[in-house]
Design a binder for this molecule. Structure first.
Ligand code: PEP
Ligand code: MN
Length: 278
């Protein structure tokens, strides 16, 4: 496929590395063929809720635990996370369950601290263009989950990944999480065509976050299934013990039962999904 600019992303491309990149995170392999599921609350709210969520999502088949400690909220007046305390709670829930932990890092200054507690460092949509942060997370040596900015093209996402790869860290997971369009029925528009396009252009694993894309709970299941059918290497899903009282992103968070239903539906999709060129 032809790129739109003259300077092509290089290190992330299939022409640089033909075989798909598989990323080992503790007992989990991302990009190995079987879709992985990262589940957990938008934000860690206290030790009990993150531990309970970890146990419940694990019982229903989740592979990795998510939970924000440093939250880049659109409004500075919204809940912005527990910071270091949130990291410690997340690490404790991860230790108890054995689920590797994924959390967002907001600034280069925090990279060392977050690396101490998390197994995967997430660079969020709002920071995809932050070159200094991309280079700092690369230097941590940890796997990096890189989310697409909602105003970024697919090629710009690939260029952002290049900042990490250039520093010698090839453990990058790309994440489609919705782009901004004129459509107000969903929070963002999930660009599922990005999945086969990214898989075609790049050797890096590609996951999908339908929760932030659709913004409403009842739309998460169909889009999660569609993402896996489209060839995604995994999903990131927001799950909360009591979504109605969540401190952030409650409307798009699944309860445990809804998460369980989604996981059961996934099994049949995974079994029949189209196999893409890898
Ligand atoms: C998140 O996953 O916690 C998050 C803030 O998502 P995004 O960066 O995609 O908005
Ligand atoms: Mn969220």
């Amino acid at each position: 496929m032809k790129m739109t600019s003259n300077l092509h992303p290089k290190l992330c491309s299939r022409s640089y590395k033909k075989e798909p990149t598989c990323i080992e995170v503790g007992p989990v392999y991302v990009g190995a063929g079987n879709p992985v599921v990262i589940a957990g609350p938008c934000a860690v709210e206290d030790l009990d809720m993150i531990t309970e969520t970890a146990r419940e999502v694990q019982a229903r088949g989740a592979d990795l635990l998510r939970g924000g400690a440093f939250k880049p909220r659109t409004s500075p007046y919204s809940f912005r996370g527990l910071g270091l305390k949130g990291l410690k709670h997340l690490a404790e829930a991860s230790r108890i369950t054995g689920l590797p932990a994924v959390t967002e890092v907001l600034t280069p200054n925090d990279v060392l601290k977050v690396s101490k507690y998390a197994d995967i460092l997430q660079v969020g949509a709002r920071n995809m263009h932050n070159a200094a942060l991309l280079e700092a997370v690369a230097g941590s040596g940890k796997p990096v989950l890189l989310k697409r900015a909602w105003m970024a093209t697919i090629e710009e996402l690939l260029f952002a990944s290049e900042y990490v790869l250039q520093r010698g860290n090839f453990r990058v997971i790309l994440c489609e999480r919705g782009i901004r369009t004129f459509e107000p029925m969903t929070r963002f528009t999930l660009d599922l065509s990005a999945v086969p396009i990214l898989k075609d252009l790049s050797h890096l694993p590609v996951i999908v976050d339908p929760s932030h894309a659709v913004g409403r709970r009842h739309l998460v299941l169909p889009m999660a299934l569609a993402a896996i059918a489209a060839g995604a290497d995994g999903l990131m899903l927001e799950v909360h013990p009591n979504p109605e009282s969540a401190l952030s992103d409650g409307p798009q968070s699944l309860g445990f039962e809804e998460f369980g239903q989604l996981m059961r539906s996934l099994e049949s999709i995974s079994a029949v999904r189209t196999s893409f060129r890898t």
